[in-house]
Design a binder for this molecule. Structure first.
Ligand code: DWN
Ligand code: SAH
Ligand code: ZN
Length: 409
């Protein structure tokens, strides 16, 4: 394992526990004429010996990841639209009723969550640095500012809009390497009695499910309640609730407020004890995860090779960021997975980063079903299986690799 790096939170050493080698940009879907320009970085994950924050050992400049051609449009999943409607309305209900409430969302993407706040007639602002998705939100009437959220942009927003009663975020806080600047920004904006509610992939689920495909460039941090608590406390903020969510393969929703504003939910205590049992900051446990990751990679490759030997057709379902890691780490190219079907127009006609599997429109899948569909979007399994009853009735089968590799019954 490579030498340790410094923690971006507390400057102590980060001890790497798993290394994936050279990886391309997870959402860097590309055309054939761009293959020769593709860039790679060393993907390794470690735990800080000081503050226990699990994080990547190499930082990629966020402007290389989030820009005018960002590939992920949140609203492509029907299930996530429903999830964020419930999330937004539940969070709004928790804020104090006052006539001029202000809701801010960090990383609002195409407006999947904030549209529900806009529809409720509440003053709002999305902060979203990826211009193409920000434009999609603006086009549907959602107030959006195209910039990175940090302490500086937060001060400008405060000056223009006043304090926020509710600050929301989903799958974005873990994307922000400079957590100090982010939290300072939250402190600048959060009103007295205001709430900061965000949900992120949960380290406990990654460990329990061996979902190593959550490890990639955009996800700089892998949070636990305990690692976040310490950091937030140092700014006078307090986690008062944590609620497990099934979305994105296992997430945790954190409710944060100014210390002393609210009392802790009783569930927090047992969730924290569970983290101790799981050993989320223990190198011994994290090394065991590394062994399971290597087994998962080998099992998937050998299943795909067996199916190929039997003359079966396998295609990928969902060109996800996660599939970039699985295919590159497992050295899985078009010889094993014919193409990946995806409903996102901007990904179609391109190739997946690194191993260059073609991305095809969904219609290619329905026009000529393969024998097997490898569920790269396993986190949307319920929605996909429900939609693909015809594929299943024609004898098609899904392959998954989380929590273990196998053909879905
Ligand atoms: O954290 C992040 C999450 C929120 O979204 C980002 N860093 C990037 C992104 O991660 P991902 O690419 O792994 O997300 P998904 O939601 O697993 O991507 C699903 C992909 O599959 C999308 O491209 C849409 C596609 N899809 C499809 O073709 N048919 C999805 C569904 C549900 C479908 O039925
Ligand atoms: N919240 C959406 C989008 C998640 S993808 C959802 O859950 O589906 C991560 C998003 O965060 C991208 O749209 C990206 O452009 C945005 N992002 C990354 N860094 C950010 C920052 N510093 N401030 C605000 N948004 C950021
Ligand atoms: Zn640290």
């Amino acid at each position: 394992m490579s030498e340790s790096k410094k923690c971006l939170v507390c400057d102590s050493n980060v001890e790497p526990f798993v290394s994936f080698g050279k990886m391309p940009i997870a959402n860097g879907f590309l055309r054939e004429d761009e293959f020769s320009k593709e860039s790679f970085y060393d993907l390794a994950v470690g735990v800080c010996v000081g503050c226990k924050m699990v994080q990547l050992t190499e930082l990629i400049d966020p402007s290389k990841l989030f820009h005018e051609n960002y590939a992920y449009f949140s609203s492509t999943s029907q299930g996530m639209r429903k999830h964020f409607q419930a999330f937004a309305l539940e969070a709004l209900n928790q804020t104090t009723e006052r006539s001029d409430r202000f809701v801010l969302e960090i990383g609002s993407n195409d407006g999947i969550m904030l549209r529900n706040i806009a529809e409720a007639g509440v003053r709002h602002l999305g902060v979203e640095p990826s211009e193409n998705v920000a434009k999609a939100a603006i086009a549907s009437g959602i107030q959006t500012r195209c910039c990175f959220f940090d302490s500086k942009s937060a001060s400008q927003i405060r000056a223009e809009h006043g304090p926020a009663d509710l600050i929301l975020g989903a799958n974005v806080i873990c994307h922000i390497p400079d957590l100090h600047s982010l939290i300072q920004g939250v402190c600048t904006l959060l009103n007295k009695n205001g709430l900061f509610i965000f949900e992120e992939p949960y380290l406990g689920d990654i460990v329990n499910r061996t979902s190593y495909d959550q490890f990639y460039d955009e996800h700089f941090y892998y949070f636990s309640i305990q690692s976040l608590s310490e950091l937030l406390n140092s700014y006078g903020l307090h986690i008062v609730n944590a609620q497990a969510q099934e979305v994105h393969g296992g997430s945790m929703r954190y409710t944060v407020c100014w210390a002393g504003d609210k009392t802790e939910a009783p569930a927090l205590h047992s969730l924290k004890s569970r983290e101790d049992q799981l050993g989320l900051d223990s190198l011994v446990k994290l090394n065991e995860l590394k062994d399971r990751i290597e087994k998962s990679r080998d099992d998937l490759r050998s299943l795909l090779e067996t199916l190929k030997g039997e003359g079966k057709r396998v295609v990928g379902y969902g060109a996800t960021s996660k599939s970039t890691i699985v295919t590159n780490y497992g050295n899985i190219g078009p010889e094993l997975v014919e193409y990946i079907s995806d409903t996102t127009p901007t990904k179609q006609g391109k190739f997946n980063p690194g191993t260059h599997i073609p991305i095809m429109p969904y219609e290619s899948f329905t026009a000529n079903y393969p024998d097997y569909a490898l569920l790269f979007a396993w986190n949307h399994r319920e929605e996909i299986v429900e939609k693909e009853q015809h594929f299943l009735s024609q004898g098609g089968r899904f392959i998954t690799f989380v929590p273990t590799v196998g053909i879905v019954d």
